[in-house]
Every structure is written in C-alpha cells, then in structure tokens.
Design a protein around this ligand. Structure first.
Ligand SMILES: Nc1ncnc2c1ncn2[C@@H]1O[C@H](COP(=O)(O)OP(=O)(O)OP(=O)(O)O)[C@@H](O)[C@H]1O
Ligand SMILES: [Mg+2]
Length: 320
C-alpha cells in the first residue's frame, strides 16, 4: 500500500522581488506518513511548514524533489478541472488553510455549497454533506448568517467543515485550533480523535503542542526548512529519560552492587527506597540485581519529556 504522504528530497527556494535575495523555505526534506496515521508537523514560525503543505497540495511548485499522495503526484495546475486524475486525487484530500479566508457576503452554508461544487458534489448529496459537516463542527445554528459577521472561531469551524466536505481519506490541517476558545479547542480535538477512529489520515500542523501530544502518534520537527526530529512521540519523549525504581528496602550488599552500576540510592518521601538510574539502558542490569537479591520492587517510573520541552530543547540544540 503506498504511503498517504511521501516527501522526497524536497527543496523550495523563494526569490525576493528583484531576485536579489533567496530564502530556502524547505531544505531537502524527506518524510512519509502511512495511511491511517496521525502525524504532527511542527516547527517554529517561518520553519517551512505552510510552504511544504502548499507543495503537497500542488499549490506551489518545488524547486527540486517531489511529493506523492497515495502514490500519485499532481501533474498540472488545473487540479479542479472535472474528471482529471488531479481532481480525483484532490477529492480524496481535505485541506484547512492557515487563517482561512471566505467571501464575506456569503453565508456559511453558501460557502460550503461553493466549495462542495469545486469538489464535484451537487444536488441532494451536497445538501446532505453540508448539513453533516455543519453538525460535526457545531455550526448549524449560524449557517445562514453572513461570514462577515462570524467570529474568528466560527470562520475556523467553517474552514474545517469545508475540509471535511468530500469525506476525504487524508486531512491536511494548517493550525486547526488557532483562534478557538478552550471549549471549541476541546471539541475540535475530540473531532480529530473521532476522525482518527474512522481511519482517516491526519497531517496536522500546529503550535498547540499539548493538543498535538494528545492526538498524534508520530511527529516531525522542522527548523529552517530542515527536518531535525522525526519519529514516534512515545520513543522521542522517553528517549534518554531517567528511570527511578522504588523498592521496599535494600540490603547493604545489593546497594553496593547498584552503586557499582552508577545508580544513586536514597530515601523516598513515601518511606520506600529509591534507586535512580543513570540512563534507561541500565534498567535491565539493575532489575537483574534486584531479582537476584529478591528485593521487593514496588514501582518502576520512567520520566517522560513533554512535547513542549522536547520541541524547545530540539530547536535550541539546533541553534547552539
Ligand atoms: N511567498 C513567499 N515569498 C517569499 N518568501 C516566503 C513566501 N512564503 C513564505 N516565505 C518564507 O519562507 C519561510 C517559510 O515560511 P512558511 O510560511 O512556510 O513557515 P511556517 O513554518 O508555516 O511558519 P508559521 O508557523 O509562522 O506559519 C519564511 O522564511 C518565509 O518568510
Ligand atoms: Mg504556517
């Protein structure tokens, strides 16, 4: 089965107005996202995330390299022309742009009708999809008001409804919860989890790291257009983290053996004895010593790094 997204040696260079200055927005980027996966694409402002997304969607041309969606590539700029391979590929992708902009003199429902027709939907089917998506994003109550009277969060919700219209297999979301209040954020997060449960592939670009942490299985962190961290969140968050083992008590002989393994032993506030390991890798050696001495192991705790700490450390390490 081809990957939902495959990015191969992708580079994008922008030229300034008079061609005097070049900005490398994406720098030899490689990544893939499997079908059904929820991937978090992270990076500081200006890292190249939106540029990558636009190339993925065929909105921008790459300077070099290529992108494939479900094993296919956009071949022309006429992606919305009916019955082309590009239009079929596009119908399998839902896209929420960064800060979506809609025509101010249309109602939310009319906006969705407009986008639905671009996806090739029409008639009763389109009406049904509009009602369903409005319900999903909680906007039925304001569907017939003009967009110009919508708040930021309401525009964002209509943007999400638009991305869901064609019931796509892959959703590419650029900052899906920006501008939303905490209740709406929670609702959108629940919606993303629901979509994940339905087997959709999600590619989420977000600065809301606690949210990404709750929804995404794998992440990629980009900086200056380069991928600087990439992998399963659980592996990245626990890698190189300290481990602490709590035991009922320790004999002097066992304590000495543990100290020879560079462990630090002490009294924990619960009255248990704590053993701090120098690195995760030592855990099996330490457990072997404890097992051989029949020590009563109460708990093994692994410190986890939050995504926020991981993100800041990764970006700062790159700068240093
Ligand atoms: N049309 C353009 N012309 C020239 N430079 C551009 C253009 N669009 C983006 N850039 C530059 O490319 C780099 C990457 O921008 P991009 O919008 O992809 O970043 P981003 O990761 O999406 O940032 P943010 O988190 O702020 O949305 C930045 O240095 C930006 O100034
Ligand atoms: Mg962006």
């Amino acid at each position: 089965m081809p990957a939902a997204i495959e990015i191969i040696n992708l580079t994008k260079t922008y030229r300034s107005l008079f061609g005097l200055r070049q900005v490398t927005a994406v720098d030899n980027l490689n990544l893939h996202v499997d079908e059904g996966e929820v991937f978090g694409f992270l990076g500081p402002n200006g890292a190249g995330k939106t540029t990558t997304i636009k190339i993925l969607l065929g909105i921008l041309y790459p300077s070099s390299g290529e992108c494939k969606l479900f094993g296919e590539q956009f071949t022309s700029s006429s992606a919305f022309a009916p019955e082309t391979a590009d239009s079929r590929l596009k119908a399998s992708i839902g896209y929420l742009p960064e800060g979506p902009y809609f025509h101010e003199f249309l109602t939310g429902r009319e906006v969705l009708a407009f986008y639905g027709r671009l996806y090739g939907l029409g008639g009763q089917n389109l009406k049904k999809r509009i009602s369903e998506t409005l319900e999903i994003v909680g906007m039925e109550y304001a569907a017939d008001r003009l967009v110009q009277h919508y708040s930021k969060g309401m525009r964002q919700r209509v943007g999400l409804a638009q991305a869901l219209l064609s019931d796509p297999k892959l959703l590419i979301l650029d900052e899906p919860t920006v501008g939303l209040d905490p209740i709406a954020r929670r609702e959108i997060r629940d919606l993303l989890l629901k979509l994940k449960g339905l087997g959709k592939t999600l590619f989420i670009c977000s600065h809301e790291l606690s949210e990404v942490e709750m929804v995404c299985e794998r992440i990629g962190i980009v900086n200056h257009g380069k991928l600087i961290k990439y992998g399963k969140l659980v592996d990245l968050a626990f890698k190189d983290r300290a481990v602490e083992i709590h035991v009922a008590s320790l004999s002097d002989e066992t304590r000495k053996k543990l100290e020879a393994l560079n462990c630090i032993t002490g009294k924990h506030e619960t009255g248990l004895t704590s053993i701090r390991l120098p690195a995760r890798q030592a855990v099996y050696d330490v457990l072997d010593v404890l097992k051989a001495s029949s020590t009563d192991v109460v708990e093994v705790l692994s410190q986890k790094e939050s995504l926020e700490d991981l993100f800041i450390r990764t970006v700062k390490e790159e700068v240093a």
